[in-house]
Design a protein around this ligand. Structure first.
Ligand SMILES: Nc1ncnc2c1ncn2[C@@H]1O[C@H](COP(=O)(O)OP(=O)(O)OP(=O)(O)O)[C@@H](O)[C@H]1O
Ligand SMILES: [Mg+2]
Length: 486
């Protein structure tokens, strides 16, 4: 059997063809959306036994030291307490136990996520993974949005790690879909953004596609074809129209924003060769996660000491806040968790005029709560789509800590990103050399009224259709799978 798989930065979906159209399969409970997250607990470390020969040696040494010390004390007319052999053994046994516990703790904390993944520990996915991480960030490893790292300049060991993480996620999706349909899924169409998140251009895209393809094969799929996500979204919309149209598609997702201009309609729908109907496409490496990061930086970090002055008249450096909230930048996050940053924050705390704010930054670092804070910023953004203003509780940072955030705050924080959305649409129009009949908007980020209004204000005379924000790419990929594999 065949399927369409949307391996999204924020959410994954899988669809299969049923009679006349694509249907998405449940992946977590009833939900057809699986948040792109994985959690694995740290493997337990073996506690060593006490080495009895070493213990005897230590007791003999301790006795020798005691005899020497007693002789010296006698000469100097001092009194020292003398321990019996049994007492000395007890003391040495206690010391050895403590040493063993310290070594075990260091080994436990020094393990890497790769070791955890290969050690056969429990691995959970989706919302369950997010909850486990939030409940107990210290005792496990958590990876969110692995797709956003695939095009980045990452080290060999990180490539291996992400390949393994994605293999596990795709295998979980495959397994669930097969349990649901009772048929093995061998062939898939996998979505890809026009440009993967990262700074390496086409080189990054090649790297990302190679990781994804290898992971899909390792997860057990036999044939993997890629389709650009904004074209998949267009193919989904095409099933609902009865005349030929030129459609400008904007897919504003979690990690990337993609745009395409496609000729759609009854004249093209049966064709297996669609290159001719694609008039243009473009994509940028920003998405909903970047909106969360910007909101956190601009409107939440000021409560953590950003822009506050120290006693020397200087502010706490901005780079520190950036590394705290840039959850899609591995190097920045490692830097934020490093011992040197810990010392840096302690020194800013000593010099801070408003200590309470820098204390919050310290709590964020000590508790490794960056992902949780990003999640709070994301929830603020999502709630602002329905209400304005909102109160954002951050009680895991400090008791009774709640901050007000308005839609205007969000809009001010994401001005650059809104401009990027429009410039992508302009670029695609230029490539196509045509104006669209319809603008079709999809992807979770398009649910924000700020984004929708921004697009409406620039395309005043053109009908704007807001599609199924979360399902249209997966449905389009499934439609294409049906066309090429059936
Ligand atoms: N009501 C809402 N208002 C604003 N943003 C929202 C809303 N609901 C979800 N989002 C955002 O949508 C994004 C996820 O969208 P989507 O599921 O389309 O992304 P994705 O397909 O996983 O990512 P990509 O296509 O970039 O790989 C997240 O950033 C999420 O915060
Ligand atoms: Mg998407």
């Amino acid at each position: 059997m065949y399927a369409g798989v949307d391996f999204g930065t924020s959410n994954c979906s899988i669809g299969v063809w049923e009679k006349k159209g694509p249907i998405l399969l449940p992946l977590e409970g009833e939900s057809t959306r699986l948040p792109s997250a994985l959690y694995t607990s740290r493997p337990n470390v073996r506690i060593e036994e006490i080495d009895e020969i070493e213990l005897k040696k230590r007791v003999t040494d301790a006795k020798r030291r005691q005899t020497t010390e007693s002789k010296k004390a006698k000469k100097e007319n001092r009194k020292v307490k003398e321990f019996s052999d049994a007492e000395l053994e007890n003391i040495e046994r206690g010391i050895m136990r403590r040493e063993i516990a310290e070594r075990a703790k260091a080994r436990y904390e020094g393990q890497s996520i790769s070791e955890a993944l290969y050690a056969d520990t429990e691995v959970v996915f989706g919302e369950a993974a997010i909850l486990r991480h939030i409940q107990d960030p210290q005792s496990g490893y958590f990876i969110k949005s692995p797709k956003s790292f695939l095009g980045a300049d990452i080290k060999h060991q990180h490539i291996e790690l992400f390949s393994e993480v994605i293999t596990r996620m795709l295998a979980f999706i495959k397994d669930n879909a097969e349990k649901n349909t009772q048929i093995e899924i061998q062939n898939i169409v996998l979505g890809r953004p026009v440009n993967f998140h990262g700074t390496r251009g086409e080189e990054g895209n090649v790297q990302a596609l190679s990781i994804l393809e290898r992971a899909a094969i390792a997860a057990g799929f036999k044939n993997v074809e890629f389709l650009m996500e904004p074209i998949a979204a267009a193919l989904d919309y095409e099933r609902s129209i009865s005349e030929d149209l030129v459609v400008l598609v904007l897919d504003a997702g979690g990690g990337t924003t993609d745009c395409s201009m496609v000729k759609l309609g009854p004249s093209y729908i049966q064709s297996r060769e669609r290159n001719g109907s694609v008039l243009g496409y473009a994509g940028d490496r920003i998405g909903g996660t970047d909106l969360d990061i910007k909101l956190a930086l601009r409107k939440i970090m000021p409560y953590f000491g950003k822009d506050s002055l120290l006693s020397n008249g200087l502010p706490v450096p901005n780079t520190l806040f950036w590394s705290a909230i840039a959850i899609n930048d591995v190097n920045a996050q490692q830097q934020f968790l490093s011992d040197s940053t810990q010392r840096e924050i302690a020194s800013y705390l000593a010099q801070a005029i408003d200590k309470r704010k820098v204390q919050r930054l310290q709590s964020l670092q000590k508790g490794r709560l960056m992902v949780r804070l990003n999640r709070s910023a994301e929830l603020a953004k999502i709630h602002l789509s329905d209400r304005d203003p909102i109160n954002l509780p951050l009680r895991y940072i400090e008791r009774e800590f709640v901050i007000p955030i308005s839609r205007r705050d969000l809009r001010e924080s994401i001005e650059r990103e809104l401009d990027v959305f429009l410039s992508l649409m302009n670029e695609v129009e230029k490539q196509a050399g045509a104006k669209p009949n319809i603008v079709y908007v999809t992807g979770g980020t398009a649910k924000s009224p700020i984004v929708e209004e921004w697009i409406r204000s620039s395309y005043r005379n053109i009908e704007i259709v807001v599609g199924d924000a979360f399902g249209s790419v997966a449905s389009g990929l499934t439609t294409w799978a049906h066309r090429i594999y059936e």
